[in-house]
Write a protein that binds this ligand. Structure first.
Ligand SMILES: [Zn+2]
Length: 249
């Protein structure tokens, strides 16, 4: 009995500041023939997987074949490291092999997603309620994502489930993974706009997202300031240009 797919893809905001430490970890290195050098960068994507097995050693035995690897492995609740430490398996500088080479990234259609990503494997049997993800597994995975965000505060990371990237072949981590709780553990870092009234807040975030209007600063939109006719003209032109059917390429 498998689990349903969890197809999720998020573009996280930049890290809001402060340092997020990596979770406590030990090395369980994947063999040298199971990873290689990244072909391009920057590393801007984190892929969430589940192992479809019962323990960490079962997962690590797969790396011995020289066909698959990952950067992090999150132990299951009946393993002794659970609640204490996670495993690091491939160095960040290296390309782990956790997504099929042919799969295209949805934003720019580039293949070789492994070159731009970090792979996190969570030990889970993928049998539904028979083996739920533990709270700790969800939390420590979120901590790992935040660690990369704080290490590269200039980047907006993409966060993807394996089943989103490769829907024909993969279901992991499966719909028993509590994505909502996971996302709530990722400090979103959306700066609060302090000068926008509630009745307009939704509209203001929409025009900012669409690029129709920019703010004055991270926390100021100029929400109660008047608009000049020439500024309105710019907004209308941006709206018009955005409404044109997109050309290929
Ligand atoms: Zn996977």
């Amino acid at each position: 009995m498998g689990v349903g797919a969890l197809r999720k893809f998020e573009h996280l905001p930049k890290w809001p500041g402060g340092e997020a430490l990596a979770p406590t970890h030990r090395w369980w290195a994947a063999p040298d023939n199971s990873f290689n050098n990244r072909a391009y960068g920057p590393m801007d994507t984190i892929v969430i997987h589940a192992t479809a097995g019962h323990n960490s050693s079962g997962a690590m035995s797969v790396t011995q074949s020289g066909n698959a690897s990952w950067h992090w492995l999150m132990p299951d609740e009946d393993e002794s490291p659970h609640g204490d430490h996670v495993w690091r398996c491939v160095a960040d500088e290296k390309k782990a092999w956790h997504v099929r080479k042919q799969v295209k990234f949805p934003i720019d259609n580039k293949r070789d997603i492994n070159s731009r990503s970090v792979g996190i494997e969570i030990v889970n049997a993928q049998i539904g309620e028979g083996d739920p993800f533990s709270q700790w597994q969800v939390a420590v995975t979120a901590q790992t994502v935040n660690y990369y965000r704080s290490k590269h505060p200039d980047r907006r990371f993409y966060l993807a489930t394996h089943s989103f990237l490769d829907p024909e072949r993969r279901n992991d981590p499966g719909n028993i993974f509590d994505w909502q709780r996971f996302m709530s553990l990722l400090e979103t870092g959306e700066p609060e706009l302090v000068d926008v009234d509630d009745y307009a807040a939704d509209a203001v975030s929409w025009v900012k997202e669409q690029g129709l209007m920019t703010g004055v600063s991270e926390q100021l939109f100029g929400g109660r300031d008047p608009v000049k006719r020439q500024d309105l003209a710019i907004i209308l032109k941006r709206l018009h240009d955005g409404l044109k059917p997109a050309d290929e390429g």
